[in-house]
Design a protein. Structure first.
Lengths: 209, 83
């Protein structure tokens, strides 16, 4: 078992509340995002997170450290959320996590490029990205726009971009937690970032969109 | 953008994440960077994605509600006293 995990597990087994409290706080956002892939509402996702922690504690003696504690907790969350999602009648399309590239989704509106038969620059920009005003990029309102754009993404994309770009997880951690391949993780991240950039551009330069 | 450049802008925007993730093969990476060096539109696109990622990293995350924390800590105490 990795040393940091061994210390955490030992502290939890010793009944150390502060360790438990810091873990439930630190992983709350990511756990909620991932739960929302499988269940229909934020309220149900919160219940799933609660149930997950109780299951984690119940199974802690069986944690052997073959994966990191974080990965193990997220696997329990995913199982709990899937079961709950089925009970709630939520049907997750198989492709959403396992084959996200099946339905194409261009990063940029094809109308912003020159056609394939353009004599000079086929596939070149006809409407390139406008310059974004620097002063507004640093404004608090812009962070609000990005936060809302992430919240409006399909749940799988929202989970991946939240873990990677908001939480700063590595791609390996995200793949492990969600049981995703590297390629599928990149497809979801790519689409999420492209949509969020689009929202940012539309907000800062509405005349283009 | 120059006429002999095999990567066009529409293709490049689909490779940006692979580029940022270090997942492009040597040939694709060379073509990507060669295109970027001469294309202001694509350079700006990449810059905006980097900006998007940077701002995302400054967002605050949903914290636990006091109610949820209390329920969890109660559960923890029950578990700790039973085990």
């Amino acid at each position: 078992m990795e040393q940091g995990d061994a210390q955490l597990v030992a502290a939890l087994r010793a009944g150390d509340e502060e360790t438990f409290r810091s873990l439930v706080h630190a992983w709350n956002g990511p756990l909620l995002r991932v739960a929302q892939i499988f269940v229909p509402s934020r309220g149900v996702a919160e219940e799933v997170v609660q149930e997950t922690w109780l299951r984690v504690l119940g199974a802690l003696d069986k944690f052997e450290g073959r994966s990191s504690l974080k990965t193990w907790v997220f696997r329990i969350l995913v199982n709990t959320a899937k079961t709950r999602g089925q009970r709630e009648g939520r049907v997750l399309p198989f492709s959403a996590l396992n084959d996200p590239g099946r339905i194409p989704e261009p990063a940029v509106d094809p109308g912003r490029f020159r056609p394939e038969d353009d004599p000079r620059y086929p596939g070149g920009w006809s409407a390139p990205p406008p310059e974004l005003p620097e002063d507004r990029l640093v404004a608090a309102e812009t962070r609000g726009v990005i936060g809302r754009a992430i919240a409006a993404l399909p749940a799988t994309q929202a989970a991946v971009i939240s873990l990677r770009d908001v939480e700063g997880w590595s791609s390996e951690e995200v793949c492990n937690a969600l049981d995703l391949t590297e390629v599928n993780q990149r497809v979801l991240l790519h689409r999420a970032r492209a949509r969020v950039r689009r929202a940012l551009e539309q907000y800062l330069t509405p005349q283009i969109a | 953008m120059i006429d002999t450049e095999p990567t066009n802008c529409q293709e490049l925007v689909e490779l940006v994440t692979d580029y940022l993730e270090g997942a492009l093969g040597a040939g694709d990476l060379r073509r990507f960077e060669a295109h970027l060096a001469v294309c202001a539109g694509c350079e700006r696109y990449l810059e905006q994605l980097r900006e998007t990622i940077r701002i995302s990293g400054t967002l605050t995350v949903d914290d636990l509600s006091p109610d949820a924390e209390r329920t969890l800590l109660d559960g923890f105490r029950d578990w700790a006293s039973a085990s």
